[in-house]
Design a protein around this ligand. Sequence first.
Ligand code: AQP
Length: 325
Amino acid sequence: MRERIFSGAQPTGQLHIGNYLGALKNWVELQDDYESIFCIVNLHAITLPQDPASLRKATLDLARIYLAAGVDPAKSTIFIQSDVPQHAELAWTLSCIARMGELERMTQFKDKGKGNTERAGVGLFTYPILMASDILLYQTDLVPVGQDQKQHLELTRDLAERFNRDYGETFKVPEPYIPKAGASIKSLQDPEKKMSKSDENANGSIFLLDDPDTITKKIKRAVTDSGTDITFDETRPAITNLLTIFQLLTGKTGEECVAHFEGKGYGHFKTELAEVTVEFLKPFQARVKEYDEESLKAILSAGAEKARQIAAETLRSVYKQMGIN
Ligand code: AQP
């Protein structure tokens, strides 16, 4: 039997090139070798307020993005989280074995709660438990995610190990799959911060559906560091970030990229990066428009059916081990 991967993205805001390079690109590459399950995590989206009509639309639009990125429904299971009620059920169960202290250490809660724990939603606090539930329900071997999810993955492993220890072997303990390059694409406006959908400054992110003009302007306005060489250099995070995007979009090695830009300046580099990005996103954006609502819903409904079978079996054994049912 092939090993299984599970991953997902939230239908919040617009997906950016960081989401693609850190996660989706790897899903597509791994789907030939792994039994693959990809979820649209709409229950995670409501940890922050959402407009209902926009959320409904964004959920289907995200399915279009998965497909346009190359996730193939003939090879992979694609579904919407809320179509499989076991996610929320297992989350409750795991919340009974998770500890306040370990959740309080989650940096994403601190960032998104903006330090205001009095006003922050409880869902934002317990979100990592729902994520653990997503992964453990499918007896997942490998979870391809960006660097920002590493801490949540560690919590998932801790919860699985604790459950197995206290109630008997039930869950597979998953491994993270975090790519060497692209695991944390940075904001074009502040290379100390990750590129983020919820960044108030849209110039920091290249969205997958940005038009060519916007992409070119954003890249031209991207901040640069001191020094002029186009090289990977930890002390120059801005150029390292831009060069990483170039490397991953062209498929060149790091050395090839550096050699390619030897003796050239930022102006030349940015022009070429903008061209490469626009050319990469053009066919992608055309594919996004290919899926009508009916065919999309058929794919998602078949995916949910398959996911429910695996999820129900896991939840049955969890309840049995705990003395429920
Ligand atoms: N900047 C990034 N570089 C590399 N990978 C990234 N991911 C997110 N940002 C980067 C990875 O994308 C996948 C889907 O992310 P998500 O939809 O769960 O949302 P997120 O991690 O919360 O992403 P954002 O863009 O930062 O959204 P907001 O602003 O809403 O928080 C994940 O695998 C993630 O690691």
